[in-house]
Design a protein around this ligand. Structure first.
Ligand SMILES: Nc1ncnc2c1ncn2[C@@H]1O[C@H](COP(=O)(O)OP(=O)(O)OP(=O)(O)O)[C@@H](O)[C@H]1O
Ligand SMILES: [Mg+2]
Length: 311
């Protein structure tokens, strides 16, 4: 919730739980002291970037690719994401950062509805992809996952040839066989793998190095022509050289795709991401341009994280 709402009392749209904590905050304000969580001017729209990253909607700004709105997520009784409100901007790289367990992977999984498979998972609020709530009942999950591809922490090629890894998705989606060769070359070129593997396309994917396997997984994600690519710590199992190649690739991908990357490396977030969202214990502490976030963060908690005092 926004600081200005506490001052103005403008909290008509909150749920009961929010209103209770809000009322407590208001009492504290009246009493002349603030609750600790309110000491930081959290998420105030101070400028145009903040407005775009928090308040804009797809309807008034088509660059708002995803709008995460009043989003809460639970595993059983445990709430792991708390009232998240921020936007992901089209054809840019957004880094999700924060200490272990703060909910980064959970949020990524919510964006392509992978958590639907978890019995204890439930959510409130919504995630809008170009204006449509991905959790709407009429939303077709298979179609959604075609538009929102995912790359995992550990490279996970299928136990089949390099070529088959790429064409597996297109085959399932009904892309004609006559288009496969062109597609394979296209996505392997896009992931800088073509020159390395063009003479061994029918070797098992497990014969590739870890870094090559991860680029193959990115190529596989591209093969079904997604709009958004989610990457959950894609370099954490890789050496610095393989990491540099993936980072170059991410910078290339943003020309055509919207990329969300989870990373524990602040240097990496700085290098590849235009925007950064910092989560702490399931809450969004701050979202901003990465240059601004790392040089002059709004919140003390962000400063502590950047300096290594927390996390
Ligand atoms: N399937 C699940 N069932 C129950 N709890 C879960 C499940 N998945 C995640 N959690 C819990 O949700 C919280 C957030 O986990 P999540 O994996 O999203 O964190 P994270 O920020 O990605 O952490 P890390 O940086 O270590 O990967 C943690 O407390 C975790 O134990
Ligand atoms: Mg994680």
């Amino acid at each position: 919730m926004m600081w200005k709402e506490i001052i103005t009392g403008d909290f008509m749209e909150m749920n009961d739980c929010d209103k209770t904590s809000h009322a407590k905050s208001r009492e504290n304000v009246k009493a002349g002291h603030l609750m600790p969580i309110m000491e930081e001017p959290n998420l105030v729209s101070e400028n145009e970037t903040q407005k775009m990253l928090i308040e804009d909607t797809y309807e008034n700004n088509p660059n708002v690719e995803l709008k995460i709105k009043d989003f809460n997520a639970y595993y059983g009784e445990k709430q792991v994401l708390k009232n998240l409100n921020f936007n992901i901007i089209k054809q840019q790289v957004t880094a999700l950062i924060g200490p272990s367990g703060c909910g980064k992977s959970t949020l990524i999984k919510c964006i392509n509805r992978m958590n639907d498979l978890v019995d204890t998972f439930r959510y409130t609020g919504g995630i809008r992809f170009r204006g449509n709530n991905i959790y709407d009942k009429q939303e077709n999950v298979t179609e959604l996952r075609k538009k929102i591809g995912m790359v995992f922490q550990k490279p996970n090629p299928f136990p089949m040839s390099i070529y088959d890894n790429i064409v597996f998705g297109p085959y399932v989606c009904g892309v004609p066989r006559s288009e496969w060769d062109t597609l394979v070359e296209e996505v392997l070129t896009a992931t800088y793998l073509w020159d390395e593997v063009k003479d061994r396309l029918f070797d098992n994917a497990y014969t590739l190095s870890g870094g090559q396997q991860q680029r193959l997984c990115i190529a596989r994600a591209l093969s079904i022509k997604p709009e958004i690519i989610l990457m959950d710590e894609p370099c954490s199992a890789l050496d610095p050289i393989a990491t540099a190649k993936i980072e170059d690739l991410i910078l290339d991908l943003k020309k055509h795709y919207t990329v969300i990357i989870v990373t524990h490396s602040m240097a990496q977030a700085r290098r590849v991401a235009k925007y950064v969202a910092f989560l702490y214990m399931g809450e969004l502490v701050e979202v901003d341009e990465s240059e601004k976030f790392f040089n002059d963060p709004l919140c003390d908690r962000s400063k502590d994280y950047i300096c290594g005092r927390i996390g």
